[in-house]
Design a binder for this molecule. Structure first.
Ligand code: UN1
Length: 499
């Protein structure tokens, strides 16, 4: 059964001005059409930005604790609808139901965290260098923010971006990935039901070229927050520079799990399966490189082959499924092309092909795949594949391990399995990534610590936690002089060294 969905502009659910539509289909079964959505364009974006601009004064002047109360209500509503949203997510983008529930939970966690910020949102008060003068820095809302989100976390990531933006007093125009518009529309319906006023959040569905670019180039949009491919991030940053926007980019990863010779292999195997094949490997944080001490490489590979061979591919709504589909057939082709490259570069241990047996033929599936005995500089060990493919690279020394960990262009997540406390601390110091794990895989970041990476993973910003408040607010430093006379900073003070 397919449904017709609309854009949300200024509190009204409306079609695209052009009347054009596109469809979203389930990656587990392409015959299952999830819905029809507006194929919007720049005119729709203009209307959405105008609505957000009009809603800004009232929303930004509402006391932040009141905005927080609305977010608490939103959090509770999301929790009540968790199962429904999770099922829609699995249907629309494929991840298994347990993981879809985790995705919705992540948005709930951020909603609660940011709701609480309504009563904190700490600024800074510092002593002035002058007598009878007060000094502080406060956070101010910025204005209309543009949010462009990916399909792999279709509820969590919109929540990561929207909730801090809203608690800081901004209004938003948001565009979902073309593969997951239903998740976005349903999520936003719940936010509206929770009491977010008309015009504070506006949703425009459509392509990156038509809708994304119009948001990025709009002169009244002051901030862009984007998660997606590195090339798109560079393009967005370049376009946004013309209107001097603040831009936060969360881009690719090529995340290593390092397995040292003293590691607990049972724990490693559980963690590798979860980190490499969860969400069919389609997380920015997925473990796609397994740097394994040569002394245990062969044992590790053989045990991993057994575990991977038992993974059941299928529709994520079925309890028996371990690994769902990938997002679409273009993804299957891209992963297959990397598998072909991998066959020349390394030893194929298991998988390596699209999966088309039985019911799988109706969807976009790829076999969980392991390559072994690869070099650290192989393309499959350097480039982001974004699918259920992990490459094992044997390592001999700690120095070589650090070099290989840091040899990729990305720097999102890294993990080390060892019982050696000294190596554990060295990994935290020396692995050049924004997230570091010890005796835990590369996925599973929590909502209240900064999320993001180094190098080509982004442009230096961090999401969620306190860091998100810094991104979505403007500092204003305030000086109140109650001396009643002219006091010149840096001039009228006597410094200790001057007697
Ligand atoms: C992403 O893949 O872009 O740590 C986000 C994790 C999740 C978030 C992933 N909490 O894997």
């Amino acid at each position: 059964m397919s449904d017709t969905y609309r854009n949300l502009i200024g509190g009204e659910w409306v079609d695209a001005r052009s009347g054009a539509t596109f469809t979203s289909v389930s990656p587990a079964n392409h015959d299952d059409v999830v819905g029809d959505f507006p194929a919007s364009g720049p005119a729709d974006v203009d209307a959405a930005v105008e609505a957000a601009r009009r809603a800004f004064p009232a929303w930004s002047l509402m006391p932040a604790p009141k905005r927080g109360e609305i977010l608490f209500r939103v959090a509770r509503l999301l929790a009540e609808h968790k199962e429904e949203l999770s099922r829609l997510m699995t249907r629309e983008m494929g991840k298994v139901l347990t993981e879809a529930r985790g995705d919705v939970q992540e948005a709930i966690d951020v909603a609660y965290y940011m709701a609480g910020e309504g009563r904190r949102m700490f600024g800074q008060t510092v002593p002035s260098e002058m007598p009878d003068k007060f000094a502080m820095a406060i956070r101010r809302p910025i204005g209309v923010v543009g949010i462009i989100t990916p399909w792999n976390f279709p509820v969590a990531i919109p929540g990561w971006k929207l909730f801090p933006a809203l608690i800081c007093g901004n209004t938003a125009v948001i565009k979902p990935a073309s593969d997951t518009p239903a998740c976005m529309v349903r999520f936003i319906e719940l936010l509206a039901e929770g009491g977010i006023p008309d015009g504070v959040i506006n949703v425009v569905t459509g392509s990156g070229g038509e809708v994304g670019n119009a948001i990025v180039e709009h002169p009244d949009v002051r901030v862009i927050s984007f998660t997606g491919h590195t090339e798109t991030g560079v393009e967005i940053s370049t376009r946004a520079a013309k209107t001097l926007k603040r831009v936060s980019l969360e881009l690719g990863g090529k995340n290593p799990i390092v397995v040292w010779e003293d590691a607990d292999l049972d724990l490693v195997l559980d963690s590798v399966i979860w980190s490499a094949f969860g969400t069919s490997g389609q997380r920015c944080t997925a473990a796609s490189r397994l740097l394994v001490h040569r002394s245990i490489h062969d044992e590790f590979v053989s045990r991993l082959r057994d575990r991977v061979g038992r993974l059941v591919l299928g529709d994520g709504l079925e309890d028996t499924t371990d690994v769902g589909p990938v997002i679409n057939d273009r993804a299957v082709e891209k992963i297959a092309s990397y598998a072909a490259i991998g066959r020349d570069e390394a030893e194929l241990v298991i998988g390596g092909e699209p999966a088309r047996e039985g019911a799988l033929a109706k969807g976009s599936f790829f076999q969980p795949t392991i390559f072994a005995n690869a070099r650290g500089d192989a393309r499959i060990a350097q480039e982001e594949i974004f699918g259920p493919v992990a490459t094992v690279v044997p390592v001999d020394s700690w120095e070589q391990t650090v070099e290989i960990v840091n040899s990729v262009k990305y720097g999102l997540s890294s993990s080390l399995f060892t019982r050696d406390i000294n190596l554990a601390f060295r990994s935290i110091r020396d692995f050049d990534t924004g997230l570091g794990y010890v005796n835990h895989g590369t996925i599973g970041a929590e909502a209240h610590l900064p999320f993001g990476g180094t190098k080509a993973t982004g442009n230096g910003h961090r999401e969620v936690g306190q860091a998100a408040l810094d991104f979505f607010s403007e500092w204003k430093s305030v000086y109140i002089d109650y001396s009643g006379k002219l006091q010149r900073a840096q001039i009228d003070t006597t410094f200790v060294d001057e007697g």
